[in-house]
Design a protein around this ligand. Structure first.
Ligand SMILES: [Zn+2]
Length: 87
């Protein structure tokens, strides 16, 4: 869970997008960049990179994103932080 003051820093637009799109924040443990992630299916993950996350991440490539973050997605699924729709 995030601290309340951290949540308060988000814009209303961000909250709205979160509610509508089902995106979850996920941070890369390597570079501390925060991206928004949504699992569409087992094989398909949507990741919204912010410019801040891209600039922080030394491993980021436009094609593959961050390999460390891919592992974070798997870990988040295991924890139940990310849910695959329909199972
Ligand atoms: Zn990274």
């Amino acid at each position: 869970m995030r601290a309340p003051d951290e949540l308060a820093e988000r814009t209303a637009a961000d909250r709205q997008a979160y509610l509508e799109d089902g995106l979850s924040d996920l941070s890369c443990r390597r570079c501390d960049g925060v991206v928004r992630v949504k699992k569409n299916s087992l094989a398909h993950t949507s990741i919204q990179w912010t410019t801040d996350a891209v600039s922080r991440c030394p491993a980021y490539t436009g094609r593959d994103g961050c390999p460390h973050l891919q592992r974070e997605v798997s870990a988040a699924l295991t924890r139940g932080q990310l849910v695959i729709p329909g199972g």
